[in-house]
Design a protein around this ligand. Structure first.
Ligand code: ADE
Length: 230
């Protein structure tokens, strides 16, 4: 999978891409990440990427030409499955959106500034708009990083143990059950004995029961959804 990120702040992604899962996924050549500085596509002698709004309210608006030039250059090189704009008024990101995006080949993520992007960029180029939550961040960079992480970890081979993405919270509309490691006894707080029983069926039944209890308690809105989607 190839992900092209269009941003005014490429340096914001540097640390994130060179650590942990994202690093490993690129080393294994399961994902290619490409950062594009929108400013490099400005033809203006001052390399301007924004301008005053026609409507006269405060704040600057990102101009269409540099973003269009960057997207059009990329589109000449390959076909893109989706051109996604990160924005708080997009559809709310969830596990099923991440699952479906992880199956695509080529994706562009556009990081803009909410209220501050010429509407024609959205109408002419954007195929999908995604929000990472009902709160406003100062730009689309953190949301693009969140979306990238949610997608890349689902690509087969990225996680060491392939089953571990399948057992994530939300993958079956259930939260994950609790997990434990050594010591067995921490100041009198013991690991549930069933986990030491060696009986796979008992352990799996316990995990499912705990996942259901946890979901009912913490996210009752999710509970029962697994039947709805059948
Ligand atoms: N840009 C600013 N806030 C955002 C959010 N919550 N989700 C996606 N993009 C954003």
């Amino acid at each position: 999978m190839r992900i092209d990120i269009l941003t005014l702040f490429p340096a914001m992604f540097a640390g994130f891409f060179s650590e942990s899962i994202l690093k490993r996924a690129q080393e294994k050549q399961l994902v290619e990440m490409h950062l594009h500085n929108i400013r490099d596509y400005s033809t203006d002698k001052h390399r301007r990427v924004d301008d005053y709004p026609y409507s006269g309210e405060a704040g600057m608006v990102m101009k269409i030409e540099p973003i269009a030039a960057c997207i059009e250059k990329l589109q000449k090189e390959r076909m893109y499955d989706e051109i996604i704009f990160l924005t708080p008024d997009g559809e709310l990101l969830n596990q099923s959106i991440a699952n479906s995006l992880s199956m695509l080949q080529n994706v562009i993520l556009l990081c803009g500034h909410y209220k501050g992007i010429d509407e024609r960029i959205r109408s002419l180029f954007i195929t999908r708009e995604i929000s990472i939550g009902d709160y406003v961040l100062s730009g689309g960079e953190l949301p693009a990083a969140v979306l990238t992480d949610a997608i890349v970890r689902l690509i087969p081979g990225v996680l060491n143990d392939e089953t571990s993405a399948l057992s994530d919270s939300f993958q079956y509309e259930l939260l994950s059950p609790p997990v434990y490691t050594r010591p067995y006894d921490y100041k009198g707080h013991r690991v549930p004995d069933v986990l030491l029983s060696g009986n796979e069926k008992l352990i799996n039944d316990w995990k499912l029961q705990k996942a259901m209890e946890r979901t009912k308690e913490k996210r009752p809105d999710l509970f029962g959804k697994q039947n709805d989607s059948d």
